[in-house]
Design a protein around this ligand. Structure first.
Ligand SMILES: O=C(O)CCC(=O)C(=O)O
Length: 257
């Protein structure tokens, strides 16, 4: 994604507890920087895919077509403000499953930071999502990949723990990945062999990640479909201020926000 984020207050009405993440899911996310919820939107996936194809199939729909170094100078098509433009997809912003996740991870006070739709005819090299928001502004992304994806055809890869953005490890990776063609010279391996976790996904799964988490995708060149919903903390830096340096992340429940 490469759009400027707009933001507006989120839905602060508490959701039913069944929609909140479990302490274990929160702990997984906060420790590793991502989480997959298999099948969370399986029952809605036909309508979700129709909504996606309606927007990308609309000849009057403005799109951005890019060929950036981050994607090997290959084609990527983006529609910013994506779900906002689709009567079929817009209700996702306030869907209790979405609100439950966001309230679990960010707390009852959060901001909607827009959405983006993407068609990838390319790979994506290693990067955090710091183009649209500075890293100290905590954001989470809820991603709907609409194809069956494995490491062989473009599933998203994550470097667990790289979301601890102020630490030496994350700083080193961000510096070393600025130019993907330097990776071989620095590590003696291709970017695709950097140690990581590949998040296999099927349509209907939800993949959630921290904007700070370093991610990439390899081997995916043919019309991979993705749209994401983005949410952030209201005041940039609040979350970092709460994190005690050199202390382990505690197991916590969603209601403890
Ligand atoms: O799936 C991909 O190739 C990359 C997606 C990505 O980098 C993003 O949406 O921030």
């Amino acid at each position: 994604m490469s759009q400027a984020l707009t933001s507006q207050p989120g839905n602060n009405t508490p959701v039913a507890s069944q929609h909140l993440l479990t302490p274990q899911q929160i702990h997984f996310f906060e420790t590793f920087g991502f989480l997959k919820l298999p099948g969370l939107f399986a029952r809605d996936i036909d309508s979700i895919i129709e909504g996606f194809e309606e927007l990308f199939g609309d000849k009057d729909q403005p799109v951005w077509e890019t060929k950036e170094a981050l994607h090997g100078d290959e084609r990527r098509i983006i529609i910013p403000g994506f779900i906002e433009q689709s009567p079929r997809l817009a209700p996702l912003q306030h869907d209790p499953r979405v609100v439950g996740i966001v309230q679990s991870l960010i707390g009852s006070e959060y901001k909607w930071a827009s959405s983006d739709g993407n068609l990838f005819y390319c790979e994506s090299y290693w990067h955090p999502d710091n183009y649209a928001a500075p890293l100290q502004h905590y954001h989470v992304k809820l991603s709907f990949y609409l194809d069956d994806l494995t490491g062989e055809n473009g599933a998203i890869r994550i470097i667990p723990g790289s979301h601890f953005h102020q630490q030496t490890y994350a700083r080193t990776l961000r510096k070393d990945f600025v130019d993907s063609s330097a990776i071989q010279g620095l590590y003696g391996i291709d970017g695709r062999d950097i140690p990581s976790y590949t998040v296999h996904s099927s349509p209907g799964d939800l993949v959630i990640w921290n904007f700070r988490t370093i991610h990439a995708s390899y081997n995916g060149g043919e019309r991979r479909r993705l749209f994401s919903l983005n949410f952030g903390e209201v005041t940039a830096g609040e979350r970092d201020a709460r994190q005690e340096p050199n202390k382990a992340i505690p197991l916590r429940s969603a209601t403890g926000n």
